[in-house]
Design a protein around this ligand. Structure first.
Ligand SMILES: [Zn+2]
Ligand SMILES: [Zn+2]
Ligand SMILES: [Zn+2]
Length: 255
């Protein structure tokens, strides 16, 4: 299974429109962060985690040809705004695109993308088609074992996902004990690290480091970073097993 980070930034993306700070004007491409997205794939399988408005850019950059399913963490705009762009996959395959998520996420999606569920006549068959599947229990996608990971995003319960020995936990303030128990033996963890200080709905730098150490994946990559966290300077403060993800970062996961 190959893990490709399509986007690693917070909701504004980096650079932030109009900002002239050192990170937003950096010439190091690792400081250029699209909105969050990870693509898990091999020769036959293709699964996205979250579908931001930058999804299309990442899919084109990395040559995505089809999509078996998208796993949705929650329905905040920076995680689902690209759902309309999944139309092409169902147009090519003739099948609706499979989305996994929580009941709350699907409730939001039905409001926001109402035209996909009750297409206006003017769409002439061009509306997106989704096959919504509740991620309440572990399930498999073509042999990959997927475990939904209940976490807290401030007051809101949302989901992370474990796929084989990779897990993604974003937009998190608290990982309950029961979920920590589902994270044993991880090879790679992608973990929220919004900024230096804690935030009401995200982990700050030291909290992310503490969770990363507690979970103890072979390697942890921070994601969903804002423009406070410069790539090189932030990595210099981290132990070698914790790194910052960047757009286009790819790794192979065996087994
Ligand atoms: Zn900036
Ligand atoms: Zn969020
Ligand atoms: Zn977010």
């Amino acid at each position: 299974m190959k893990v490709t980070f399509l986007g690693t930034g917070t909701s504004h993306g980096i650079p932030v429109i109009g900002c002239r700070c050192a990170v937003c004007t950096s010439t190091d491409s690792r400081n250029y962060r699209n909105r969050l997205g990870v693509w898990l794939h091999d020769e036959t399988r293709s699964v996205a985690i979250d579908v931001s408005s930058d999804f299309r850019t990442g899919a084109l950059r990395h040559g995505m040809r089809h999509l078996d399913a998208a796993l949705l963490t929650h329905a905040h705009s920076d995680h689902v705004s690209g759902l309309d762009d999944l139309r092409i996959f169902s147009q090519v395959s003739g099948k609706p695109t499979v989305l996994y998520g929580s009941e709350q996420t699907f409730g939001e999606i039905k409001k926001r993308f109402g035209y996909a569920f009750e297409p206006p006549k003017s769409y002439g068959g061009g509306a997106p088609q989704y096959d919504l599947r509740l991620a309440s229990e572990p399930f498999e996608i073509a042999g990959w074992k997927v475990t939904p990971l209940p976490i807290l995003h401030g007051p809101e319960p949302i989901l992370g996902y474990r796929v084989n020995d990779f897990a993604l936990i974003t937009d998190v303030t608290e990982i309950p004990e029961s979920t920590l128990g589902l994270l044993k033996g991880l090879k790679i963890l992608a973990l929220d690290c919004l900024r230096e200080k804690p935030h009401s709905t995200h982990l700050g730098f030291q909290q992310s480091v503490d969770y990363a150490k507690r979970i103890g994946a072979e390697k942890t990559y921070f994601i969903h970073m804002c423009h406070e966290l410069e790539h090189v300077a932030t990595e210099a403060r981290l132990p070698p097993e914790i790194r910052l993800a960047y757009d286009g970062l790819e790794m192979e996961l065996l087994g």
